[in-house]
Design a protein around this ligand. Structure first.
Ligand SMILES: Cc1cc2nc3c(=O)[nH]c(=O)nc-3n(C[C@H](O)[C@H](O)[C@H](O)COP(=O)(O)OP(=O)(O)OC[C@H]3O[C@@H](n4cnc5c(N)ncnc54)[C@H](O)[C@@H]3O)c2cc1C
Length: 116
């Protein structure tokens, strides 16, 4: 878990010289938002598109501009969600919320079945 919770210091970039990091190597995050693999795929597609359309150094700079801020924000959000999910004192509130949401989604399923 340390891999996901302790930040890598990116210095605002995932590239150095002509090496670019993608996926967890660049922005390993906790699984709580379910975004790690999605963002890895977006990294790969973004990088491929940029490399196909610009000179290499220009493409790598654009990759940093496109990807660093968004993925670091998701890392922080995912980590925050993990802290809430694991917080002992918040557990009763979390459990009550899940019960309410469970009842609502159960009602929605029953309504759908009635319409069909
Ligand atoms: C419990 C859990 C649930 C998750 N749920 C989701 C989800 O619902 N949605 C989502 O989008 N993401 C989810 N993720 C995150 C997702 O699994 C990762 O973000 C994603 O796998 C990262 O892909 P990657 O290719 O960057 O790294 P990895 O999948 O870690 O791949 C790196 C590969 O490199 C290999 N490797 C390492 N070192 C070397 C070496 N020296 N030489 C050769 N090979 C090497 C490794 O064996 C590995 O196969 C979850 C993660 C966890 C732990």
């Amino acid at each position: 878990m340390r891999r996901y919770t302790q930040g890598r210091y990116t210095q605002g970039r995932y590239t150095r010289n002509r090496v670019a990091l993608v996926g967890d190597a660049a922005h390993a995050m906790t699984p709580n938002l379910g975004r790690g693999a999605c963002e890895a795929l977006i990294d790969a597609v973004t990088l491929a598109d940029l490399l196909n359309s610009r000179p290499i150094d220009d493409a790598l700079r654009a990759y940093d501009r496109d990807r660093v801020l968004r993925t670091q924000a998701l890392r922080a959000a995912s980590r925050a969600l993990m802290v809430v999910a694991l917080a002992g004192p918040a557990q009763p509130a979390r459990d009550a919320l899940i019960r309410v949401l469970g009842r609502r989604s159960g009602a929605a399923v029953r309504d759908t079945a009635t319409v069909a």
